[in-house]
Design a protein around this ligand. Structure first.
Ligand code: FAD
Length: 406
């Protein structure tokens, strides 16, 4: 046996799970196909995620790095602006977090996991997997193209959009949302503190097509990540090339386009499409799926990394108990609690795209203190807090609010 636990992928889910398990005294090997640092999309974090970094003893690494502070979100549609401050939230816990360059963030987490004793092997690509309740095994190809077999007592798939086990074990399920596309890049932004509060992500809605929206995520060192998201047909209709589409849509964005008008683009425009994904089940004999390797909903509420770390937190506790010889009910102890929060976000994502949530956001009833605090908690990532009525019964409470706002 190579290690008690093998983790596929050293993104946030993999490194945080590795750190948690190493701190439990488990031997962990992480197999990562890339070399770090490497670019990744997903730069706006949520305060709920800080709790999981704390649990993995990785919070100090992140706090000390000097990432851009984040305390909320500003929503814009034409001249309408609504600001949400995550610190004014119903759920207890962190109210602030960071906006990060993921090449730096992911490398930091990987180094932290190594410090806690995890063995991370880079340029190692998992090419095959054999499930087994006692001794699952993997085929791994190294940087020279040589293949070997590795075995463990448990395999955690944290391969993100690589979706290694979902593909190999035919676990893919159609996602609930239609295929959407995102175009994105980084700017040296030249935005002054007077013009924009860098502590907030800016989410803008296209003035004529509510199904197109934009993110502007100020980063440290005067840089900003700026992207546009929409249905594939709407994005491709905006021009013949990626550059044409991006520039035209940025121009139409309103506030974001104005803020970035003197910015310099410092990355090629990236594109990702059809990213929403799902699986039939999140675990099986000798394996469990974490983060995007399981399900990814949509970027609108920046929930990806938070869900990835929640999955790491739940799975590592169950793995540790199982390796101690205790009985683990993977549905009750892992899948259902995880999916509960994913389902909360799913309701908000669906309400965003049918525009009902946009109506709520831009027409909130006045003096809606408790309601705003409840919505702030969800936007801050506290999607598992049943004390919040907007988490306990999101469909009912969003519908009520829709009526109030109408
Ligand atoms: P990843 O971060 O994808 O890491 C997976 C790792 O596995 C990679 O390093 C990869 O190299 C490795 N790997 C893959 N295949 C193999 C293999 N065969 N063998 C070995 N290693 C392998 N989330 C947010 O929280 N905030 C945001 O603002 C946000 N914006 C987004 C915008 C867009 C357009 C999209 C599409 C997503 C966004 N997300 C955002 C989601 C976020 O990117 C992911 O949820 C997050 O990166 C998931 O982390 P992970 O650890 O599951 O996977």
């Amino acid at each position: 046996m190579d290690s008690e636990i093998i983790i596929i992928g050293a993104g946030p889910a993999g490194s945080v799970a590795a750190s948690m398990l190493a701190r439990m005294g488990r031997s962990v090997t992480v197999l990562e196909s890339a070399t770090f640092p490497r670019f990744s999309i997903g730069e706006s974090l949520l305060p709920q995620m800080m709790e999981f970094l704390e649990e993995a003893d990785l919070l100090r690494d992140v706090v000390q790095h000097g990432f851009q502070y984040k305390n909320g979100a500003l929503f814009a549609r034409g001249d309408e602006l609504t600001s949400y401050d995550f610190r004014q939230k119903l759920s207890p816990g962190w109210g602030t977090t960071y906006q990060v360059r993921r090449d730096q963030f992911d490398e930091l987490l990987a180094k932290g996991a190594q410090r806690h004793g995890a063995n991370i092997l880079f340029r190692q690509t998992v090419t095959a997997f054999t499930p087994d309740a006692e001794r699952p095994s993997l085929r791994v190809r190294d940087e020279n193209g040589d293949e070997r077999t590795m075995t463990a007592r448990m395999v955690l798939d944290a391969s993100g959009f690589g979706r290694v086990l979902a593909r190999m074990l035919d676990l893919e399920e159609p996602a609930a949302f239609p295929p959407r596309m995102a175009l994105f890049t980084h700017f040296k932004d030249h935005i002054s503190a007077h013009d924009y509060d860098r502590n907030k992500i800016l989410i803008s809605v296209h003035p004529e097509n509510h199904a197109i929206w934009y993110w502007m995520i100020p980063l440290a060192n005067g840089q900003t990540s700026a992207g546009v998201v929409g249905e594939v047909a709407d994005i491709t209709a905006a021009g013949a090339t990626r550059e044409e589409r991006y520039n035209r849509l940025l121009h139409e964005s309103g506030l974001m386009g104005r803020l970035l008008s003197s910015g310099e683009m410092i990355r090629d425009i990236g594109e990702i499409a059809g990213y929403a994904c799902k699986v039939k089940h999140l675990w099986g004999p000798g394996y469990v799926l974490l983060g995007n390797a399981g399900e990814f909903l949509d970027p609108i509420f920046s929930s990806g990394v938070t869900i990835a770390l929640k999955s790491a937190s739940l799975a590592t506790k169950a793995v540790d108990r199982q390796l101690n010889g205790e009985a683990v009910d993977w549905d009750a102890d892992f899948s259902r609690p995880l999916i509960k929060g994913i389902d909360t976000f799913r309701t908000y994502v669906a309400a965003w795209y049918d525009a009902s949530l946009q109506r709520i956001i831009f027409n909130q009833p006045r003096n809606a203190g408790e309601i705003t605090r409840s919505i702030n908690a969800v936007l801050a990532g506290y999607a598992w807090d049943d004390n919040n009525p907007f988490v306990r019964d999101p469909v009912r409470y969003l519908n009520l609010l829709k009526t109030l706002c109408a």
